[in-house]
Design a protein around this ligand. Structure first.
Ligand code: GLY
Length: 369
């Protein structure tokens, strides 16, 4: 008889864990009152561990790159199994609008080069040829040829249907107590709610607001790559979709608030238009906000916390990127082994899993651009 596992949380992490666990012989059940309705549904879907890297964050780079390596096989298998189209762009470009941004791009390129990742710096003329819709004020770009993007909503649908085909059961209930779950093993993959189920996990919510834009006839086409930049010190990105773009994302530490604010939408539109002047002609058809489950050191928290419980949370801005690696790490933990590529994500790296530890570790975290 197969062993049973209860997966709490039906976002992309919980769904991928359940699918992969079921394929490894576990009888898996996902508990979530509204599968796929949280941060997974709001996400942009860019997979950018290299171009979002920053000197000093070597473990974040290594874990992200290990998951990016798994994505082509993971995504292709899911596409074949479900008929969903996941991949929406093949590469990403981080662009500089001023001298300070250009200097940051050179710093990142040099740091990556020292770690075996060769990314190209593109001149103004090369940028205009590659992405004519970008503003002429874009002066330098870092091209990451292997950083593609996926449609997060197709991913949610695909993981759910692949799970169902593999025998995963779904229970539309909120779990209040993991002790009460009728299963041999429990996986907590509940994003920011994970701390309610396992108090002391150092995860905090960071709200992100996102826009969805549709291309209209006669308007200049959107970029074909993911475009990232910093405008007035605010990060902004444009992620291609079949019918247009996802524009993201704000970052606010405001508890469990998921309201979309006027200021958030205004900033995203202003910053996106600085990058791509024709964006004002697009249809704005959706605004949404999600809560990123942020850890103190920007690494996920993956692994065993008791004889019966494994956690998979703390994915911060990188839940979609880290989905394949997280599923492999959790399935390894369920069978009593460790995935070496996920070693830096072990829960026991925090001195004590208390709110105090989160505050202290956060104070030590590297300062990002
Ligand atoms: N995945 C990018 C963000 O959270 O903004």
């Amino acid at each position: 008889m197969s062993r049973t596992v209860a997966v709490v949380g039906g976002g992309v992490i919980g769904l991928a864990v359940a699918w992969r666990a079921a394929r490894s012989g576990w009888a898996a059940t996902v508990y979530d009152p509204r599968v796929g309705s949280g941060a997974s549904w709001v996400a942009g879907g860019m997979l950018a561990p290299l171009s979002e890297g920053w000197p000093g964050e070597d473990d974040v780079l290594a874990v992200g790159a290990a998951s990016l390596d798994r994505w082509p096989e993971f995504g292709t298998e899911l596409e074949r199994a479900t008929g969903e189209t996941l991949f929406t762009s093949q590469s990403s470009m981080t662009v500089a609008l001023d001298a300070a941004d250009a200097s940051d791009l050179r710093t990142v390129a040099e740091w990556l080069d020292g770690r075996g990742y060769r990314l190209d710096l593109l001149t103004r003329a090369q940028i205009r040829e590659a992405e004519p819709s970008l503003a002429p004020t874009v002066r330098l770009a870092l091209l990451a040829a292997a950083e593609f993007a996926v449609d997060n909503r197709a991913l949610v649908r695909g993981l759910r249907s692949a799970g169902e085909a593999a025998g995963v059961r779904f229970v539309a209930e909120t779990v209040a107590d993991v002790e009460a779950l009728p299963a041999d093993q429990v996986v907590i993959a509940a994003g920011t709610a994970s701390t309610r189920l396992w108090p002391g996990l150092p995860v905090r919510p960071v709200k992100g607001e996102v826009l969805r834009l549709r291309h209209r006839p006669g308007v200049a086409p959107a970029p074909t790559r993911t475009i990232r930049a910093s405008v007035h010190g605010r990060p902004v990105y444009l992620v291609p979709r079949g019918d247009g773009l996802v524009v993201g994302a704000t970052q606010h530490e405001s508890g469990d608030d998921t309201a979309v604010t006027v200021a958030g939408v205004r900033d995203l539109i202003t910053d996106a238009q600085t990058l791509m002047p024709s964006i004002g002609e697009y249809e704005l058809y959706e605004t949404a906000a999600g809560l990123r489950p942020m850890s103190p050191d920007n690494l996920p928290i993956l692994g065993r916390v008791s004889e019966r419980v494994v956690v998979a949370t703390g994915h911060g801005r990188n839940g979609i990127l880290l989905t394949p690696l997280s599923a492999d790490a959790v399935v390894a933990a369920l069978s009593g082994t460790d995935l070496p590529e996920a070693a830096a994500s072990r829960p026991d790296r925090f001195r004590h899993t208390s709110a105090d530890a989160a505050v202290h570790a956060n104070a030590d975290a590297p300062v990002r651009k």
